[in-house]
Ligand binder design. Structure first.
Ligand SMILES: [Zn+2]
Ligand SMILES: [Zn+2]
Length: 141
């Protein structure tokens, strides 16, 4: 029977964890170092409003990349809040600017665009960008 004293297996397990942590830490260090040295690869830019292009930063989305948005329930046309794509939300990558396609002003990271979503049977969904929170919502205060 094994007693309460940690056996050799337990010690080996701890050593493995230590090594794994070291590798992990090294990976983080190397990653950040490389990122600092390497200039960010400019992403392909498209026309905001075209399909597959982020309406806020204009980045052409790659496969599997989606624009984050929230749809509000309603009949016919629905309200949509567009937060951005993985390149500009929740943090804009270097060299990426978030601009409103309507007023052309900067859209802060916590702000979003307001759009209308048209869903028609037998037709493609259509998103119409109305503007950002600055130009669309009445100013408070
Ligand atoms: Zn974007
Ligand atoms: Zn705007």
């Amino acid at each position: 029977m094994e007693g309460m004293i940690p056996g050799p297996l337990y010690v080996i397990f701890l050593v493995i964890i230590g090594v794994a942590l070291l590798i992990f830490a090294y990976g983080i260090f190397r990653g950040s170092d490389e990122a600092r040295r390497r200039e960010p690869k400019p992403r392909e830019r498209g026309k905001p409003g075209s399909p597959g292009v982020c309406p806020i930063c204009g980045t052409v989305l790659g496969p599997g990349e989606q624009i984050k948005s929230a749809v509000f329930p309603g009949a016919g046309e629905r309200l949509l809040h567009v937060f951005g794509c993985p390149h500009c939300h929740p943090f804009a990558e270097r060299g990426i600017e978030r601009n409103c396609p309507v007023c052309k002003k900067k859209v802060p990271a916590e702000a979003y665009l307001i759009a209308r979503l048209f869903e028609r049977p037998h037709a493609k969904r259509h998103v119409h960008i109305l503007g950002c929170v600055n130009c669309r919502l009445p100013k408070r205060k």
